[in-house]
Design a protein around this ligand. Structure first.
Ligand code: BGC
Length: 671
């Protein structure tokens, strides 16, 4: 740090700790460099607020590149693309002179009802943290500070400002803190606390969680509050919050009072000021040296590429896809304008003209197809306003492509869904269309899992596109027409119905949300309790076929291994496959999930090509968090190493026996 903070008065220091207006830090009349932050994580969200006395008096919006939602990025299982996503968004930040990107969110999808799931990666901590780390590395490589959020256990929107997440320590460590721990390896400049209390104490004022962050995870960056997520500013700063956002008229007085009362030491204030000044100096350097790397057209192409790889083919009977020729009826609310993002602070306004899906298909297949559309009867907010004329035009088609989903009026920040089903009108159209045409293909957009049971058996194919950003129609058409083979896999289980999920329709009582399911979240729950699911975690079909063979597990030490295997493309098209690595603790003195994801790789294979995949397993892959020992602990015994194409399609299996010295063992499982 170049600036000497001794030059600042206590009044100036407290001014810095309490933010300026909506997006900025106070430069103290030019003594410090300017710094401006913006949302993230789906593009550079340029909404400019003018504030007077802590109140917003006007708002202006500008357009940017609308990238796919993080849920779609996760479905790519491609860390290179997550890195490219962060880098591309940051490039736009550089262009517009913005310094801090408020994202990514690495909260766990504990329930598919959470209204903000589209902003998060996965139900699995390893996948969430790994993709988060890559996104952060991408953003930071452009000199823009990423801000990982929301720390932590913010897993539903219902009553998020008040309801406490009551989580036992082992679950907190294994499920809810792990994604942050991994993401922090990407060295983000900032971290944002969540709105909710955790075990009764607000995240922004929670010393226990701040200690883990600073002392165990070694985070040296800036901790900021979520917007108006502080109750008492003196208490928050005492706990280690560096800056409260946005500016709030009471904040300055609360911090000053705590300082004058001796509750908040000058050492703590100086440490917080130092971290903020360092962040501001980094921003100044980046503004000086930063240069824009990509054009808007190039960013759009990247948005399209990520959307494409995030598309998951969930069903494909009789090889109906890829589309080849004939009369193709294309309609549904998403044919004209699919939801490209969910609602709330991550919404990106784009100037990009999104075309009808039928036109995109026509561009690819040309004279081989005649496109029939039924454009006039849908509104974009998910409700059908006119009578259902789809079956009428669909009757004469060889194939019917219907694009439906839940949009930002259903999935948005600040509220949760109450159902996993599509609006009834959409379900009706699908079934009535299937009554007159047996070749129905559904293109589905949503931010989280959908209960497809009323219609899935009536349709031939289902292509899940999530909220794919501004390139989604081109991406969807390319996959539908086989320009590229689908290679996304679900980062979140699609359950049979809401009642089958670990938390069902429970949402807490407004005061407390008990995490009674413990570590059994997502597939950890479905697998351990042997529940049927509609589409399992890690599942996704391809137009190609892959064979797994020749697994070897090389031991380096009791807890370090290299797992290798071969994947072969048995088809005559180039395609990508995600290979997944799970570990199962066969016997344990604590209840452990059936298996847990500990590694993955995305590989591209030409027709007939084989590639060797190598994945490492280290101590943490075998450990659980031992509450009494206050550490991660590996228990001796047998572990199964499972390699598969999805969590329920395990192709290769091996066994390792861990035998650490008896002096390090505390449990009494007999081996
Ligand atoms: C959201 C944050 C966001 C902030 C600023 C809050 O409501 O929870 O994720 O970064 O607003 O827009």
């Amino acid at each position: 740090m170049k600036f000497d903070i001794k030059k600042l008065s206590i009044e100036e220091k407290v001014t810095l700790l309490t933010g300026k207006e909506w997006w900025r830090l106070d430069s103290l009349d030019g003594k410090l460099p300017e710094l401006e932050m913006h949302d993230g994580p789906h593009g550079c969200r340029r909404v400019i607020y003018t504030m007077e006395n802590g109140k917003i008096v006007s708002r202006e919006r500008f357009s940017s590149t609308a990238m796919p939602s993080l849920a779609v990025v996760a479905n790519t299982w491609n860390t290179e693309l997550a890195r490219l996503d962060g880098e591309t968004i940051a490039d736009e930040f550089v262009e517009y002179g913005k310094d801090v990107l408020l994202g990514p969110g690495v909260n766990i999808k504990r329930t598919p009802l959470c209204g903000r799931n589209f902003e998060y990666f996965s139900e699995d901590p390893y996948l969430s943290g790994t993709m988060g780390r890559a996104f952060i590395e991408g953003a930071e490589s452009r000199g823009v500070s990423a801000c990982v959020k929301h720390y932590c256990a913010n897993n539903r929107e219902y009553d998020r400002d008040y309801q406490s997440s009551e989580v036992d320590e082992r679950t907190l460590r294994e499920i809810y803190l792990t994604p942050f721990e991994l993401a922090l390896e990407g060295k983000p400049g900032c971290l944002m606390t969540s709105y909710n209390p955790i075990n009764g104490i607000y995240a922004s004022e929670n010393e226990y969680l701040m200690n883990i962050l600073r002392n165990e995870f070694g985070f040296g960056g800036v901790v900021m509050s979520d917007w108006y997520g502080v109750r008492e500013s003196g208490r928050a700063h005492r706990a280690g919050l560096d800056v409260e956002m946005p500016f709030r008229t009471d904040a300055y007085g609360q911090v000053m009072r705590a300082y004058e009362a001796g509750e908040l030491s000058i050492e703590t204030i100086d440490a917080e000021v130092t971290r903020l000044v360092e962040l501001m100096e980094k921003a100044r350097e980046s503004r000086r040296n930063g240069s824009v790397k990509r054009t808007h057209e190039q960013r759009h192409e990247i948005a399209r590429e990520i959307a494409e790889e995030g598309i998951v083919l969930l069903k494909n009977e009789d090889g109906i896809l890829p589309l080849k020729s004939g009369k193709i009826h294309v309609s549904g609310s998403g044919a004209k304008s699919p939801a490209i993002g969910g609602g709330g602070s991550s919404t990106i306004q784009t100037d990009y003209e999104i075309r009808h899906l039928g036109d995109e298909i026509k561009d690819i297949l040309g004279d081989a197809v005649t496109i029939l559309t039924e454009k006039s009867i849908f509104r974009t907010n998910g409700k059908v306003v006119a009578g259902n004329r789809v079956p009428y035009t669909a009757y004469d088609a060889d194939t019917v492509v219907l694009s439906f989903g839940t949009d930002a009026t259903i999935e948005f920040e600040d509220a949760d869904r109450t159902s996993l089903r599509l609006p009834k009108s959409m379900e009706d159209i699908i079934v009535e269309t299937a009554d007159v045409n047996e070749n129905v293909v559904i293109v589905l957009y949503s931010g989280s899992a959908i209960d497809v049971s009323p219609w899935i058996d009536r349709v031939k194919a289902l292509l899940y596109i999530g909220y794919g950003g501004e390139g989604i129609q081109e991406a969807t058409a390319r996959v539908l027409c086989g320009k590229v083979s689908p290679s996304g896999k679900l980062a979140e289980t699609f359950p049979m119905c809401l009642e089958d999920t670990p938390t069902g329709s429970y949402r807490g009582n407004g005061f407390v949300d008990r995490y009674t399911e413990g570590v059994f979240v997502g597939y950890r729950y479905y697998d351990s309790y042997k529940k049927n699911v509609r589409f399992p975690f890690g599942f996704g079909l391809s137009y190609a076929e892959f064979e797994y063979s020749d697994m070897t597990v090389k031991k380096h030490s009791e807890t370090d291994y290299t797992v290798s295997f071969t994947v072969t493309n048995k088809s005559d098209i180039t395609a990508k496959e995600v290979a997944e690595l799970y570990v199962k603790d066969v016997f344990s003195a604590v209840s452990r999930p059936e298996k847990e994801l500990k590694g993955f790789a995305k590989i591209e294979l030409a027709p007939g090509e084989s590639k060797r995949v190598e994945l490492k397993l280290a101590e943490r892959a075998f450990a659980y968090y031992s509450v009494f020992q206050k550490k991660w602990y590996v228990e001796n015994g047998a572990f199964e190493i499972l390699v598969g194409s999805s969590s329920r399609d395990i192709r290769l299996k091996a066994r390792v026996d861990i035998s650490l010295p008896a002096s390090e063992q505390v449990t009494f499982v007999v081996h």
